[in-house]
Design a protein. Structure first.
Length: 258
């Protein structure tokens, strides 16, 4: 009878189940495309503010989602950036380039939401290339933000324009600002939901460009990116509650039969 009761309890818990844990879909872009990511694009109005006076991003990435009429990114393979000479790929065979080197007021956004995240850290790398242009509020710019949607808290938020990069980035040809691949590792809470968004924009006058490489979103630092499988499951609250009830019931039955 004890074995039967235990089997019933375990089957009941299995009926409720646990939510499948997940990691980044095509986090390293090793599918050779943008699958798993949402794309958005648009064209800046003349004199549109791209940055705030404090150097932060003035453009709202969400306002460009849902439109791909001016998409100017690409999946790139092994090779060197034509301006900086740096490798365009940090891990594996591919990375994503957001925006390009055309001067046409373009703005491009890439985004992914991961629910019930399987890892305890978010790891990735980025590298920007920005053409020298105007001031803090109207230069080519990019912004990268990681948000914990479960707690509504921002975990990582950077923005650089060609007006704020001098002194911080390398310089090529006297007018191109660029950084070595920057690797990031963020400690996070397993089972939470996360949003990643990156925006890269030209200046608002059609005269200067900026783009960013992105690679290696994954649960393991230096791992080169995940592809959505996760590594296990995170029990749902209902499952945990039922487990407690099942164990309590077995304890009561044991006392009665003792």
């Amino acid at each position: 009878m004890k074995k039967t009761a235990l089997a019933i309890a375990l089957l009941s818990m299995g009926a409720i189940g646990s939510a499948n844990a997940a990691s980044f879909l095509n986090g390293g872009f090793e599918n050779g495309d943008y699958s798993g990511w949402q794309l958005g694009s648009g064209t800046l109005p003349y004199n549109q503010a791209t940055g705030n006076p404090d150097g932060s991003l003035a453009l709202d990435p969400a306002s460009y989602m849902g439109s791909n009429t001016n998409w100017q990114g690409a999946i790139v393979s092994a090779g060197n950036d034509p301006y900086t000479g740096q490798s365009m790929v940090k891990y594996g065979s591919y990375s994503a380039r957001i925006n390009n080197d055309w001067n046409d007021n373009s703005v491009n956004v890439i985004r992914q939401v991961v629910n019930n995240y399987d890892g305890t850290s978010i790891n990735f790398a980025w590298a920007a290339v920005l053409e020298a242009s105007h001031g803090v509020t109207d230069s080519d710019i990019f912004g990268l933000k990681i948000t914990d949607l479960t707690t509504n808290s921002v975990l990582y938020n950077v923005a650089y324009s060609s007006a704020t990069a001098p002194g911080l980035f390398n310089v090529a040809f006297g007018y191109i600002y660029w950084n070595n691949w920057t690797e990031v590792s963020l400690n996070v809470t397993q089972g939470h939901n996360f949003e990643i968004s990156l925006l890269a924009s030209d200046c608002p006058y059609g005269g200067h460009w900026g783009y960013v490489y992105l690679d290696g979103f994954g649960t393991v630092q230096g791992g080169g990116g995940d592809n959505g499988s996760g590594g296990g499951t995170v029990p749902e609250p209902a499952t945990l509650a039922l487990m407690g009830l099942g164990l309590a019931g077995l304890a009561v039955r044991r006392r009665k039969t003792a």
